[in-house]
Design a protein around this ligand. Structure first.
Ligand SMILES: Cc1cc2nc3c(=O)[nH]c(=O)nc-3n(C[C@H](O)[C@H](O)[C@H](O)COP(=O)(O)OP(=O)(O)OC[C@H]3O[C@@H](n4cnc5c(N)ncnc54)[C@H](O)[C@@H]3O)c2cc1C
Length: 396
């Protein structure tokens, strides 16, 4: 019997029969082939920061952390191929040394690059898509044990599925990323009122490279956070001096450190529906949950893309995330806000808490069936399809 595995927040616990850390792609193939022959399941895992049951299995959990992490820079200076298991922080450092950087990052840098892109992890900024949009190609071991290269020139028809695949098309061993020349950013942060923040939101979003805000239900105040290149500061800033002002390379300036553990539900809303949705979320939290909600709500923006399972597929989006300290109850609170997100055409973050299964998801993802066709093709024996994923992708 294996050891109990826990995700970062502690809400997902299970005991896989085996926890494998292959050191080569051949070893990954052998694991997949064995699973196929024995009709057992296999789930690839990154840093365990998702809290939806994407990686839960009784059988084999496979970490790519021991695979080579070397960075291969292509002749086309904007492209580099990296090992799937490399954590974003380590990746940022080696990219910086090579004069490169991710266009954008999320709030922390501890996820693996394969795990972050498999769920559409995103940061904020009107001009930036989620991290999956930076994936130009992947190399994966499919459910048949075949090694497949997918890029703009090799099997390009599979690319819109493979850039964000929830780990159900295969075990990704390397990813090729489209990158930017390295850059530095200045981070600033101000306390403000919710009324001022909402009144000026469009200007703040347009004038800053990256802008997001936390709303604190207990005090009904906000923290506005911005990131900009030096010399490209916005005309509009909140009243008063910034609480934080730091300057540094993008891979250090964008992510934060998180000590306190939390649970989270986050939905991506079409930006035109944001104000109505946020107004209702705020009203509900103030009326029903303020006493129990110890923490905060985070609002960010993400550019539209064309990745079939991306929450931002085909629409400029504003994301609303409700966070709850992981030692406090969250189910009733999350169910209540989820109903509002759904009324506003929201799509859930794949790696965070949500209650949707294929029945509802099919209706909100226009290319759902195209993804399912690719999944059936690359994993005909359902090596990667655990009961949780069967519910998520085809209702059982
Ligand atoms: C503190 C914290 C902060 C966060 N901040 C943000 C944020 O700012 N923005 C945001 O959008 N999200 C955020 N998230 C969510 C997080 O980015 C996602 O859940 C992400 O998927 C976690 O990456 P991971 O490496 O831990 O992958 P895991 O959670 O371990 O796995 C996620 C998915 O990736 C698949 N996978 C992993 N490796 C491979 C591989 N080699 N091949 C194929 N599939 C693979 C797994 O099967 C699974 O489906 C945050 C989560 C936490 C806990």
């Amino acid at each position: 019997m294996g050891r109990e595995w826990r995700n970062w927040s502690g809400s997902l616990r299970f005991t896989p029969r085996e926890y494998a850390m292959p050191e080569s792609e051949d070893a990954v193939r052998a694991l997949v082939e064995r699973a196929r022959q024995t009709s057992t399941k296999l789930r690839p895992v990154g840093s365990g920061h998702s809290s939806s049951p994407l990686v839960r299995t009784d059988d084999v959990l496979v970490s790519l952390a021991a695979l080579p992490r070397t960075l291969h820079r292509h002749d086309d200076l904007q492209l580099a191929t990296v090992g799937a298991g490399v954590p974003l922080g380590e990746l940022g450092k080696s990219l910086y040394e090579a004069g490169l950087a991710m266009d954008n990052l999320g709030d922390v840098d501890v996820q693996s690059i394969a795990g972050a892109t498999a769920t559409g992890t995103h940061g904020t900024g009107l001009r930036f898509g989620n991290l999956s949009t930076q994936v130009a190609g992947v190399r994966l071991v499919t459910g048949t044990g075949e090694v497949l290269e997918i890029s703009g020139s090799q099997n390009p028809d599979l690319l819109p599925a493979a850039r964000l695949s929830l780990g159900v098309l295969g075990v990704v061993t390397t990813l090729t990323l489209r990158l930017a020349p390295s850059y530095d950013l200045r981070r600033r942060s101000w306390c403000s009122s919710i009324a001022w923040t909402l009144d000026h939101l469009h200007q703040l979003q347009r004038q800053n490279r990256n802008m997001d805000f936390y709303w604190y239900p207990r005090t009904d105040t906000t923290q506005i956070r911005t990131l900009n290149h030096r010399g490209e500061e916005p005309e509009l800033t909140p009243v008063g001096e910034p609480r934080i002002a730091e300057y540094g390379p993008s891979h250090q300036a964008i992510p934060r450190h998180r000590e306190l553990r939390f649970e989270e539900i986050e939905y991506s809303i079409p930006s035109e529906a944001f104000h109505a949705c946020f107004t209702e979320i705020r009203r509900r939290i103030l009326d029903r949950h303020r006493r129990g909600v110890a923490w905060r709500v985070l609002v960010r923006t993400v550019a539209a893309d064309d990745i079939w399972l991306s929450p931002e597929y085909g629409r400029t989006s504003t994301t609303i995330a409700c966070l709850q300290n992981n030692s406090l109850p969250y189910r009733e609170y999350f169910a209540d806000v989820e109903a509002v997100f759904r009324q506003h055409d929201g799509r859930p973050h794949w790696g965070k808490k949500h209650s949707l299964t294929a029945r509802a998801l099919r209706g909100i993802y226009p290319r759902w069936d195209s993804f399912e066709d690719v999944r059936r093709r690359l994993d005909p024996d359902e090596v990667f399809l655990t009961p949780d994923l069967a519910r998520l992708l085809r209702d059982g």
